[in-house]
Every structure is written in C-alpha cells, then in structure tokens.
Design a protein around this ligand. Structure first.
Ligand SMILES: [Fe+2]
Length: 269
C-alpha cells in the first residue's frame, strides 16, 4: 500500500476555551487524557492567557497543561501580564503563541507550523479590545507567504465582538480549517462549517467555575461593578468547573473541515 493510502485522512482537533487559574488547570488535568483517548483526538489547542492565578502564564502552568495533553497554547491580551514569562515567549521548546497582530518587534511568535500535524495561528481582535494591526491583513500576508507547510491550519481569534469573529471566519473560508473565537469565556451554540469548508464557532467558552463571573470569584467581580473601582479579583480554585471546548474533524487531504461540535463537560475539583 502506498504511503498516500496509509496516511490518516481524518484529523481530530480539540480546541479548549480560556483555562482560568488553578481550578481550570485541575479540570484540564482530570479530563483531557481521557477525552483524547476516547475521542481519538490527534491534536489539542488550549487558550492559556489566564492560566496563572487567572491572569497571564508561567513556565510551570504551561508545562502543567502540556503534560495534561495540550499541544499548543494560544493567548491574548493577558499574555504580557506575568513579566517573568515574556522572555520565555522566545523559547523554541515552549509551544506558546502570542497574538500575531501585535507589533512585530514584540517577543514571541503568533503562528506555529512545527508543533505537530496542525498549524496554529493566534490573532487578537480590535473591536473593544485594543489597537493592533489588522488581523485580516496580517493573516492574509502570512497565508500568502506559504505558512503551514501544507498542514491544516486552525485560528484562535481572541476577540470581544461577535461580528468581528464571524467576519474573520468568512474572510478565511476555504483557506483555513477552522476559526474559533475566545476571550468572552462564554460558550456559544453556533458551531458550523462555512460553505468552503472552514469550521467556525463564535466562542469556545472557558474552563472555569460554574459559580463565578467568567471564572472569577463573584465577590470581587461584583464589587467592581458596584463600586466603580478596581477590586482584587481571584479565580475560583475549587468546586464544579465547566470544561468548554470544540471538536473539529478535518479532512487531511483538503485541509478543510467536515464537522464542528461542542464538547462540554463539568467536573468537581
Ligand atoms: Fe482575553
């Protein structure tokens, strides 16, 4: 049998929403190995900008998630929050991406096609998030340069506005396997495959506590709204945790997607 005939045709990618603090990390550790095995998952991305105490990342928390079964960690606006981690963004052995459309002289990289069978791109939105280079133009340039080594490409678009996320997915339809939104921590029920084969969901959701405000303890977050002042906010560390993710089936011969479905679980940690 030729190599072509023995090559795996379907690739299954699990993309996990924002993992919030130690409670989120514990939930990933307790669920992911089993999910990978039972669902024949080939590759896992994980949104990790809130891994460490609910804000930023550290080498230790990244390592914990890689050991739990994640292959590539994407991030967003909180990637810079733990200053000691910024230098590690240039570590070639840490598969952590910062959004590609930050100014290019920042540390780190925003796209990876050498961390397994799937290429991954991290982008950040501009509507209600901040002033960045156009995610549309930046990814167009990257794809025009031949990024991906022929591998299927998935995109984590860390953005607030639902319209901006859908617009990017339609812009990339037929050119990447999937565009998934993150940042709101709220899972959306709109998984679909666009006409030319790009899978899409507006937001993956989070891995964070059920009894929380976006994974954060209610008291601190609520006080911020009641007082109008910044308040100390802590991620919920234990209790019932929502594990939100999306499973994407990709036809490896086309690099495009055949199905997208939610994989949502709850676990006590
Ligand atoms: Fe964010």
């Amino acid at each position: 049998m030729s190599e072509r005939n023995t090559r795996k045709i379907r690739m299954r990618v699990l993309m996990i929403g924002d993992v919030v603090g130690s409670g989120g990390r514990k939930a990933v550790t307790s669920l992911l190995r089993d999910l990978r095995a039972k669902m024949n998952i080939d590759f896992v991305t994980l949104q990790g900008e809130n891994l460490a105490a609910g804000i930023g990342l550290t080498v230790e928390t990244v390592t914990e998630m890689l050991e739990a079964g994640a292959d590539v960690i994407t991030t967003g606006n909180h990637v810079w929050d733990k200053r000691e981690f910024i230098d590690h963004l240039d570590d070639p052995f840490l598969p952590v991406l910062r959004p590609l459309n930050y100014p290019t002289d920042n540390p780190g990289r925003g796209a990876s096609d050498d961390s397994g069978p799937i290429a991954v791109i991290s982008l950040i939105g501009r509507v209600w998030v901040g002033e960045f280079d156009s995610p549309f133009a930046v990814i167009d340039d990257l794809l025009a340069g031949g990024f991906g080594q022929g591998k299927p490409i998935v995109v984590d678009f860390h953005a607030e506005a639902t319209s901006e996320k859908a617009a990017l997915a339609w812009h990339l339809d037929g050119r990447v396997a999937a565009v998934v939104g993150t940042h709101t921590h709220v899972p959306t029920a709109d998984c679909k495959v666009l006409p030319d084969g790009t899978g899409f969901v507006t937001d993956l959701g989070m891995v964070g506590a059920v009894d929380s405000i976006l994974g954060v303890e209610v008291e601190g977050s609520l006080a911020r709204f009641l007082s109008g002042r910044r308040q100390r906010m802590q991620p919920v560390r234990s209790g019932l945790i929502n594990f939100n993710s999306v499973l994407i089936d990709i036809d490896d011969s086309t690099g495009l997607t055949t199905s997208v479905e939610r994989v949502d679980r709850q676990v006590e940690v």
